[in-house]
Design a protein around this ligand. Sequence first.
Ligand SMILES: [Zn+2]
Length: 121
Amino acid sequence: MKHKSDKRERFKYKSNFTSSRQMNYPKCPICGKNIRDLYSAVNYSKTESPAHFDCILRELKTTYDLRPDEKICYLGNGSFGIVQFRGPDSPIRFFIRKRIQYESAEKKPEWRKKLPFNSAM
Ligand SMILES: [Zn+2]
């Protein structure tokens, strides 16, 4: 008898786990919408929680005054760069005017540690 109930408990736990993983997406602190793809999310500096990559990008654009020939690009390892695009006559096509280390390079955010596969970010 005891063995049977043990089994049922384990099954209940397992089904709860799956459904919560499917239903409870974290909310983006910037736009308030669900984040369905945590692997592309960025750690938001003000709340230490995940936010949409695009939302972070939008916020960086308003924080840093961009010139018309500049764009913010993701450089990898949690850092962004303000990239200047030069005309076709220039020997260099683009150069990084400013590097923004957005996420800490050493410290991984707690929520990302919980992901089944750690992303390269
Ligand atoms: Zn968002």
